[in-house]
Design a protein around this ligand. Structure first.
Ligand SMILES: [Fe+2]
Length: 244
């Protein structure tokens, strides 16, 4: 006898719905995971850093500057490449997010200024500036976490309605080609470590197709350095790399 209860139907729907829709290419997922990891790690390290330990200070302030450089390029890339494609699909849809990028740039500028103040100061002045830097970075992270959620959810919905995956990958290729090599090499460790194993394998398999072998070797060296043993072994198996 057929079970027609709602509970049964719900269970069946939950079981079958993921397979019913093929996953679409997500332009935002990798870089946004990288940024979330970078924001979170930097904020925690900044909160822990001893203002009287010059080595610890230099290390964490260097990471804050890396964060600023990566974020600045990311906001600009979205404005330059993603927003025209989105506007073409749905005019007006990027206005609020473009305005938020301006707010983020202002906050980023404050982060840079406070970083310089912390670096140049000592004693109580440094402790107070360090706390202001920590608080300001926390605000930037909070604002960007919500902002990225809108891009992940609403912008992907627009892109997936109007473009096929080949068009999205071509757009990504144009964007990636403009990223300065130093920014790319600074971002990759954060991205490789932020992704889960299947995402990481897919990302690096795709990267392998689009770069010379020597550059891919450099990327794999980063992965070997960044990943815990178990995660590295999964990647090596997925990409048919020698395990060590
Ligand atoms: Fe954005």
């Amino acid at each position: 006898m057929q079970d027609t209860s709602l509970a049964h139907q719900h269970t069946n729907a939950a079981r079958t719905s993921p397979a019913a829709t093929a996953p679409r290419y997500d332009l935002y997922q990798g870089i946004h995971k990288a940024l979330r990891r970078l924001y979170a790690d930097t904020l925690v390290r900044l909160g822990q850093a001893d203002p009287d330990d010059s080595q610890a200070m230099a290390q964490v302030l260097g990471q804050v500057r890396t964060l600023c450089d990566i974020c600045e390029v990311h906001y600009a890339d979205e404005d330059r490449f993603m927003h025209p494609a989105l506007e073409q699909a749905q005019p007006g849809c990027t206005a609020a997010i473009t305005a938020e990028h301006e707010v983020h740039r202002d906050t980023l500028e404050s982060v840079r200024e406070l970083t310089a103040v912390v670096e140049a100061s000592h004693g109580t002045t440094r402790s107070q500036a360090l706390n202001r830097l920590y608080q300001t970075l926390a605000v930037l992270m909070a604002e960007d976490l919500i902002h990225m959620r809108v891009e992940d959810q609403d912008f992907n919905a627009v892109l997936w309605r109007h473009y096929d995956d080949a068009a999205l990958q071509a757009l990504e290729g144009e964007l990636v080609a403009t990223i300065p090599p130093a920014i790319m090499m600074a971002t990759l460790p954060w991205m490789i470590g932020a992704l889960n194993a299947p995402e990481r394998s897919a990302f690096l398999a795709g990267a392998r197709q689009g770069m010379p072998p020597a550059v891919f070797e450099a990327v794999i060296t980063i992965a070997r350095r960044e990943l815990p043993e178990g995660e590295w072994n999964k990647l090596a198996a997925a990409l048919y790399l020698p395990p060590n």
